[in-house]
Design a protein around this ligand. Structure first.
Ligand SMILES: CC(C)(COP(=O)(O)OP(=O)(O)OC[C@H]1O[C@@H](n2cnc3c(N)ncnc32)[C@H](O)[C@@H]1OP(=O)(O)O)[C@@H](O)C(=O)NCCC(=O)NCCS
Length: 173
């Protein structure tokens, strides 16, 4: 697996990083489906994520206090080398400016500080932007006997809910 040098944390201009609080929940859940281009994603983020995973997650805000992005993740209790990113998204009006990269950098920095060595995420293989973004972030797509080529990338069939396809993304920290 590729070993990546530890980078400086980037700071895109005009936005601020902080840990989420539970009061961020309504603002986040209100934009999720829109930020995923109309896919129904809300169900993947019940309130518990803003209660129990704040210390390993991040939000970004504009200077005016508007939500610019979020990363909800955790350090796996059962895979002690692994930091798992459950959801990451940025405001569609602020894409392509390094906000997503800066969120992942902070998540990776937290993981390294906790002694973890692996970042993991999953995505729908037809989400080409997500696949390209994760590749740009140094993730590799898991490939093996259980994967087949779906939408041009190795992915697992019937991975979630016994019906939905997922590509598994792994990055050495
Ligand atoms: C995926 C997403 C988080 C990227 O956020 P972003 O703020 O635009 O990303 P950045 O500007 O930090 O880009 C980081 C890298 O990803 C690449 N990237 C981002 N968007 C891309 C796109 N549409 N096509 C190809 N590459 C892309 C960039 O080239 C960049 O690489 P570089 O730093 O080497 O130049 C954002 O598009 C999004 O919220 N999408 C909807 C939610 C989603 O699908 N989340 C991922 C699945 S959980």
């Amino acid at each position: 697996m590729t070993v990546h040098p530890i980078p400086e944390l980037s700071n895109p201009p005009g936005i601020e990083f902080r840990r989420p609080v539970e009061d961020d929940y309504p603002a986040i859940v209100a934009v999720i489906d829109d930020w995923w281009g109309g896919r129904r994603m809300q169900g993947l983020l019940p309130r518990l994520w803003l209660q129990h995973f704040r210390g390993t997650s991040w939000v970004v805000e504009t200077e005016a206090g508007h939500l610019a992005g979020f990363l909800i993740g955790f350090h796996s209790p059962d895979q002690p080398d692994t930091a798992y990113c459950h959801m990451i998204a940025t405001n569609p009006n602020l894409r392509g400016r390094g906000v997503g990269r800066a969120l992942y950098e902070r998540f990776f920095a937290d993981a390294r500080a906790a002694g973890l060595s692996r970042g993991v995420a999953i995505t729908w293989p037809g989400n080409r932007v997500s696949v390209a973004f994760h590749r740009a972030m140094g993730f590799e797509l898991e490939e093996g006997p259980d994967t087949r080529n779906l939408y041009g990338v190795p992915a697992h069939e019937r991975y979630d809910f016994d019906r939905e396809e997922r590509a598994v993304l792994v990055r050495h920290l």
